[in-house]
Design a binder for this molecule. Structure first.
Ligand code: GDP
Ligand code: MG
Length: 180
């Protein structure tokens, strides 16, 4: 049997408190969703192995433990990140307005060598709420923001209904591999 190459990718989740970062990670890794508001999973990161083009890729997904309220995540959180997943809630204007800050903060703290080409992705989460009637940020507005940031890719997700999460993480992992 051919030896497969192993790769580790560090992915950090960023966005306002309450947008669903922990829920997205929990749904992606454990196939679970909880309405109960939990600010932390009690670990710095969780891992998941996926196979991409015959390569075993370990995704190491870093979630915040509630410190995002104070925008003080510390260097260890950002250090060596291969990808950054920005998350907002399509029903909350403020969470969309905060994206500039999170994006800038990441570039400042992680200081990647080629900031214009770094693998970012944007997730518009909670599209299930009220069957989309409570939505305040349109798909168009989100995509315009993405274009203004060197063409970040955009996915609309629901951690509750498990919509688009696998696709989004697979996409960002592939982007990071071609970016190496
Ligand atoms: P975090 O602070 O960004 O980690 O957000 P959480 O994952 O803790 O989620 C905050 C709240 O939103 C919790 O009550 C979740 O159950 C809820 N939530 C998260 N994602 C979704 C979603 O896609 N749809 C709905 N309806 N609720 C969600
Ligand atoms: Mg959380």
């Amino acid at each position: 049997m051919a030896t497969r190459r192993r790769t580790l990718l560090k992915i950090v989740l960023l966005g306002d408190s309450g947008v669903g970062k922990t829920s997205l990670m929990n749904q992606y890794i454990n196939n679970k969703f909880s309405q109960l508001y939990k600010t932390t999973i009690g670990a710095d990161f969780l891992t998941k192995e996926i196979v991409i083009d015959d390569r075993i890729v370990t995704l190491q997904i870093w979630d915040t433990a509630g410190q995002e309220r104070f925008q003080s995540l510390g260097v260890a959180f950002y250090r060596g990140a291969d990808c950054c997943v920005l998350v907002y809630d399509v029903n909350v204007n403020k969470s969309f307005d905060s994206l500039d800050n999170w994006h800038d903060d990441f570039l400042k703290q992680a200081s990647p060598s080629d900031p214009d080409n770094f693998p970012f992705i944007l997730l518009g989460n909670k599209i299930d709420v009220d069957s989309g009637n409570s939505r305040v940020i349109s798909d168009k507005k989100a995509k315009e923001w993405c274009q203004s940031k060197d063409d970040i890719s955009y996915f609309e997700t629901s951690a509750k209904e498990d919509i688009n999460i696998d696709a989004a993480f697979l996409f960002i992992a592939k982007r990071a591999l071609t970016h190496e």
